[in-house]
Design a protein around this ligand. Structure first.
Ligand SMILES: Nc1ncnc2c1ncn2[C@@H]1O[C@H](COP(=O)(O)OP(=O)(O)OP(=O)(O)O)[C@@H](O)[C@H]1O
Ligand SMILES: [Mg+2]
Length: 251
């Protein structure tokens, strides 16, 4: 039973930009806090701060997010409650623009993994929103996450793209967390998408939907303003699959 209370870290990760990573991070964090009633932290590691923008309307940008990695600031001291019950946010801020350089100079690839230990007694689930690409931040995430979620837009090359990523990560770090595949921004009017879906009918899917785009103006997870919409159902199903996977892997 004790394993049920072990914090698990899920990183939303990928080489490509604009494929729905931050959208996944926010909605999966909502599902964790709301549907699974987990104490959840969304940690925005991307200086673009999209997840922070979506979750923290009116929040004052500070300049402390990078100092966590230099060990000048405790991560917990930066965690703030959101409007979603049980969901806290560790916001990105402009200081993260210097994070790549700091991590390179530190040369400690497990710094993030160590920082997460200080959060274990506070949270059950941690969602990490990562910047795109194989950055120093990505290297940290590879050592810290229990699961990588890589949103893949449907194309016949989707399987190859994921396999190539796994090979690259293995070469780079010697290991990588499991990468259960997921389709993002599915548009069933497009023939290429239908072909890719037919190749992998078992992969979870999140459709392209204007209600998801509305998150940008409402600044809320889609489940918080459209609880019965199919998009909310798709994020809920994806989250349930992630919980099953974590349970299978022992947590
Ligand atoms: N399922 C979807 N349906 C419609 N629009 C979507 C969907 N997912 C994401 N978007 C929109 O696509 C844009 C990019 O999404 P998002 O910021 O989540 O991508 P990202 O992978 O995090 O990008 P980056 O690599 O720049 O961090 C946003 O405007 C978002 O609202
Ligand atoms: Mg993003």
């Amino acid at each position: 039973m004790a394993a049920l209370w072990v914090m698990k870290s899920i990183a939303i990760f990928g080489l490509k930009g604009g494929v729905g990573k931050s959208t996944f991070a926010v909605n999966l964090a909502w599902a964790s806090a709301t549907l699974s009633a987990r104490r959840t932290l969304l940690w925005d590691l991307d200086p673009q701060a999209a997840a922070t923008f979506l979750m923290a309307p009116g929040g004052e940008p500070r300049d402390a997010a990078q100092a966590v990695f230099a060990r000048h600031v405790e991560p917990k001291s930066l965690c703030r409650p959101t409007d979603v019950q049980r969901l806290d946010l560790l916001a990105a801020d402009p200081s993260l623009h210097g994070l790549e350089r700091l991590l390179f100079e530190l040369g400690k690839r497990k710094r993030l993994a160590k920082l997460l230990r200080g959060l274990e007694s506070h949270y059950d689930r941690l969602l990490l929103d990562c910047p795109p690409g194989l950055s120093e931040t990505a290297e940290q995430v590879l050592h810290a996450a229990d699961l990588l979620i890589v949103p893949v837009t449907p194309s016949p090359l989707a399987r190859k793209a994921l396999d190539d990523l796994a090979t690259l990560l293995l070469r780079r770090s010697g290991r990588h967390p499991p990468i259960p595949p997921v389709f993002s921004m599915v548009d069933r009017r497009r023939k290429l998408h239908l072909t890719a879906l037919a190749d992998h009918p078992d992969w979870p899917q999140v459709n392209y939907a204007s209600i998801v785009e509305q998150m940008g103006s409402r600044r809320l997870p889609v489940g918080a303003f459209a609880a019965t919409h199919s998009a909310t159902g798709q994020f809920a199903s994806l989250w349930a699959a992630i919980e099953r996977r974590l349970a299978k892997d022992g947590g």
